[in-house]
Design a protein around this ligand. Sequence first.
Ligand SMILES: *[C@@H]1O[C@H](CO)[C@@H](O)[C@H](O)[C@H]1NC(C)=O
Ligand SMILES: *[C@@H]1O[C@H](CO)[C@@H](O)[C@H](O)[C@H]1NC(C)=O
Ligand SMILES: *[C@@H]1O[C@H](CO)[C@@H](O)[C@H](O)[C@H]1NC(C)=O
Ligand SMILES: *[C@@H]1O[C@H](CO)[C@@H](O)[C@H](O)[C@H]1NC(C)=O
Ligand SMILES: *[C@@H]1O[C@H](CO)[C@@H](O)[C@H](O)[C@H]1NC(C)=O
Ligand SMILES: *[C@@H]1O[C@H](CO)[C@@H](O)[C@H](O)[C@H]1NC(C)=O
Ligand SMILES: *[C@@H]1O[C@H](CO)[C@@H](O)[C@H](O)[C@H]1NC(C)=O
Ligand SMILES: *[C@@H]1O[C@H](CO)[C@@H](O)[C@H](O)[C@H]1NC(C)=O
Ligand SMILES: *[C@@H]1O[C@H](CO)[C@@H](O)[C@H](O)[C@H]1NC(C)=O
Ligand SMILES: *[C@@H]1O[C@H](CO)[C@@H](O)[C@H](O)[C@H]1NC(C)=O
Ligand SMILES: *[C@@H]1O[C@H](CO)[C@@H](O)[C@H](O)[C@H]1NC(C)=O
Ligand SMILES: *[C@@H]1O[C@H](CO)[C@@H](O)[C@H](O)[C@H]1NC(C)=O
Length: 458
Amino acid sequence: MAPFRLLLACVPLALASITVLDPSDNADLTADAADNALEVDYTTDNGGPSYLLYNITGPYYYSDEDAEVSHQTLSVNANDTSVLVATDGAVVNVSYTDVVKKGYSTWLNQASFFGVNAAINVANASTAYIDHSNITVHNGAANVYSYGTGSTVYVNHTDLYSSGPVSHGLYASGNGTIYGSNLRHYSGGSRCSSFSGDNPAGYIHVTDAVAHTAGIGSAIFYTLGESYGTDVVGRAERAPSLFSDGAQTSVFENVDFTAGLLAGTVMFSSSTRSSGASLTFSNSRLTTLGEDMAALWFGNLIASATIHATELNTTSGILVIANASQITQSFDHFVGWEENSSIQPAQVSVSVTESSLTGDIVAYNGSSIAWSLAEHSSWTGAASFGRGTAYVGVTLDATSTWTLTKNVYLQNFTNADTTNSNIQSQGYSIYYNASSSSNAWLKSTNTSLPGGGRLQSY
Ligand SMILES: *[C@@H]1O[C@H](CO)[C@@H](O)[C@H](O)[C@H]1NC(C)=O
Ligand SMILES: *[C@@H]1O[C@H](CO)[C@@H](O)[C@H](O)[C@H]1NC(C)=O
Ligand SMILES: *[C@@H]1O[C@H](CO)[C@@H](O)[C@H](O)[C@H]1NC(C)=O
Ligand SMILES: *[C@@H]1O[C@H](CO)[C@@H](O)[C@H](O)[C@H]1NC(C)=O
Ligand SMILES: *[C@@H]1O[C@H](CO)[C@@H](O)[C@H](O)[C@H]1NC(C)=O
Ligand SMILES: *[C@@H]1O[C@H](CO)[C@@H](O)[C@H](O)[C@H]1NC(C)=O
Ligand SMILES: *[C@@H]1O[C@H](CO)[C@@H](O)[C@H](O)[C@H]1NC(C)=O
Ligand SMILES: *[C@@H]1O[C@H](CO)[C@@H](O)[C@H](O)[C@H]1NC(C)=O
Ligand SMILES: *[C@@H]1O[C@H](CO)[C@@H](O)[C@H](O)[C@H]1NC(C)=O
Ligand SMILES: *[C@@H]1O[C@H](CO)[C@@H](O)[C@H](O)[C@H]1NC(C)=O
Ligand SMILES: *[C@@H]1O[C@H](CO)[C@@H](O)[C@H](O)[C@H]1NC(C)=O
Ligand SMILES: *[C@@H]1O[C@H](CO)[C@@H](O)[C@H](O)[C@H]1NC(C)=O
């Protein structure tokens, strides 16, 4: 596959056009095409029980011992089997080593919740230090899995490559932690995020990485727990850059993400609507390619987001969508109350600082977006409603500006510049809800805005 071209982060500073390589450049993608076409369905045949069925095992098995593996090739070709397992307090160091895993996963819940079939499984308060290695999997398997409270994997200067479904690069669950740096990741299959957590939580810290996913449902980060990404260039061809399920935390700094399906980021709750999800981008760029893709998408969730010194580049012209909607296990479309009446609207607050953004914010069907611009931010765009009654509030500090591109109807409007000289109306008007207490400061004014529009109550 031809290298994909990306612009490095450091957005306003230096826009150097460079070519970024990932492990697919050295792989035989044609030979892996059948693997990458494999589909899975957790809801029917492939799911299996969500308690551990297997004894997690493999040819290199370390329990409660220290070990060192260096300049070796380790491999296995067997279903539901790992190459290397560290468990019960083991400390295992792997360096300058090639790890090659073949063999299928019978039950996907076993792979997801316990790391059955993962190339490297570090479990039950064990530690692994992995460096200068290549971890290659086929037929669907995680590259590196960390399971259980007290399990920690450090992995650096390492390439992660996978073909087949449900093959996350770094994958942590059961409160396990992974620190990765100087990584290059590629996955060709579906549901193969580069860096992923799973129930009840996984803690993922990645710095200095290139990540490239090709499949549906394969994000750069999948947060269940906490994800931290710094200096990461990521391209998800058929997925958002982030899926986050529930009240999770995702923090990205100096990243450059490109997303090809659904939205730039997709934050939701797969069960009852949770409250407390958070997302931060600073000194970063998020690009969405599809004509219907918002930069940030929220559904069935109460969440907050911070966008600091960050560029949101959308083909759609939509910055934010909050919807009474949900993502299904097929990861390729949004569904809502028409399929499941329990799904609730999203309530989102987005705080924008030191950023210049162009595009609309759109609330659907009972959802709300509280949109705040501060610290020398500028916004060119409008608020609108996708369907039904929804709520949008806009707050500006005196250093930030808003250029309207349509008439807008706001539940709340707050401007620290009480003369509204920081607004360019371009002839459009702001209509605000007369009965909302947040608008009391406006004293039901009906006044003109710079550029010919009006500010008046509805
Ligand atoms: C797991 O290991 C235990 C102890 O060695 C053994 O008794 C049991 O049969 C094994 N279970 C499976 C599913 O292999
Ligand atoms: C981790 O501990 C659990 C609970 O004792 C056990 O069922 C599981 O087999 C252990 N995992 C590994 C990889 O040893
Ligand atoms: C493994 O690496 C760690 C960190 O570099 C080091 O402290 C430890 O002594 C190493 N253990 C072995 C068995 O080589
Ligand atoms: C890992 O793969 C790269 C690129 O193919 C190669 O240069 C390097 O020698 C490999 N390292 C190991 C430990 O096999
Ligand atoms: C391994 O899994 C594959 C795919 O499910 C299956 O076709 C094959 O028979 C399994 N192999 C063994 C030895 O069970
Ligand atoms: C890479 O990991 C090794 C231990 O495995 C550690 O000694 C080294 O400092 C790490 N290097 C970086 C750049 O993080
Ligand atoms: C994860 O943490 C929770 C809360 O501390 C704990 O109840 C649970 O047993 C932990 N799970 C594992 C697999 O360590
Ligand atoms: C319907 O949505 C609720 C809330 O998200 C979820 O808990 C439930 O599992 C969904 N039901 C089905 C059949 O998907
Ligand atoms: C926005 O992204 C598109 C698609 O990648 C790219 O062609 C365009 O140059 C980007 N615009 C900016 C201002 O970066
Ligand atoms: C919004 O939600 C509706 C209803 O669930 C759904 O059909 C539609 O695809 C969603 N659209 C977006 C852009 O989220
Ligand atoms: C979403 O719209 C549908 C159809 O108009 C309606 O039945 C449903 O109650 C709405 N949901 C919310 C939360 O507003
Ligand atoms: C509008 O202000 C009210 C009162 O402060 C608040 O409860 C509501 O959440 C705000 N709505 C939006 C969309 O900002």
